[in-house]
Design a protein around this ligand. Sequence first.
Ligand SMILES: Cc1cc2nc3c(=O)[nH]c(=O)nc-3n(C[C@H](O)[C@H](O)[C@H](O)COP(=O)(O)O)c2cc1C
Length: 324
Amino acid sequence: MIETKLTKSLGLKHPIIQAPMAWAAGGELAAAVSRAGGLGSIGAAYGELDWMSEQFGIAYGQRVACGFITWAILQKPALLDYALEQQPAAMIFSFGNPSGLVQKVQRYSIPTICQVQTFRDAQHAIELGVDVIVAQGSEAGGHGEKRATFTLVPEVADYIAANAPKTLLCAAGGICDGRGLAAALMLGADGAVVGSRFWASKEALVHPNMQNAAIRANGDDTIRTKVVDLIRNLDWPIRYNARVIKNDLIEKWHNKLSDLEKHLYEETKKWNKGLKNGDPNKVAAFVGEVAGQIREIDYAETVLESISSEADSLLKERSRYVLK
Ligand SMILES: Cc1cc2nc3c(=O)[nH]c(=O)nc-3n(C[C@H](O)[C@H](O)[C@H](O)COP(=O)(O)O)c2cc1C
């Protein structure tokens, strides 16, 4: 078993947080991860009351976290109140300035987790007194930015060690097995946030056709793009884009965003139809570069335990590299 400051502070068996993935991370996945000893989270994302209420209902009885997309929830403050009433195990914010949100959550003594994509945003979150910083590298599935996990995590770890030793750190982006978790711990993190690998689990709210597209893909088949936000009419700040698996739709529009704007009505209609049918040619699967390491769709508990036990074995076994 691996014990870190994260497991001790949040009362976990494994130093793994399941990422709050929009629409994919519902109550069933969050509860399964928490039940198995990680921290599961509901991906409340852009905030929709009916969906949140249904998912919190499904997770009822398990201590799960709730994650919002910062810029979106700033426009719907009542939904943060609703989430807080559910007494989540933690609140997770990502993508935008979380100042006001963090201050509010702190008044409820609920742990705050902020996912950041740059060193500067990590510094800001640390100044706000956030409990757990998640340094997210560009390998990640879904939205993100340019920095790589391998350099962002140690840079933030050094800053935390020197300036805010009580703040905890997790690595996100590209972690889907024990090698990734062990590496994250070596880089100075106290744990890992895992998204894509749980997206490819039996409890995720994802059409099996989309999951199978991820099994067929490798890391080269993914791309960071703005196409998916334009088509879904989501007003994401310019600095962020989303990693998805390339398909004909993405190939067609990735370098022609202004042309896409002229065809938005038809393309959005086709997207929505594809979403309903789970058609990976019409809708892009939000998966990270770890697509190349996902071989099957397992139960979340199996995913969690295999990542943790593999990391445990590796950390013990690799000490043989050190000459006595
Ligand atoms: C399908 C999908 C949806 C995501 N949605 C969100 C989201 O709503 N809010 C958020 O903070 N992060 C979201 N993310 C990013 C994750 O929080 C996390 O950073 C990422 O999954 C970690 O990288 P990995 O996919 O390589 O594990 C999403 C990721 C995926 C794969």
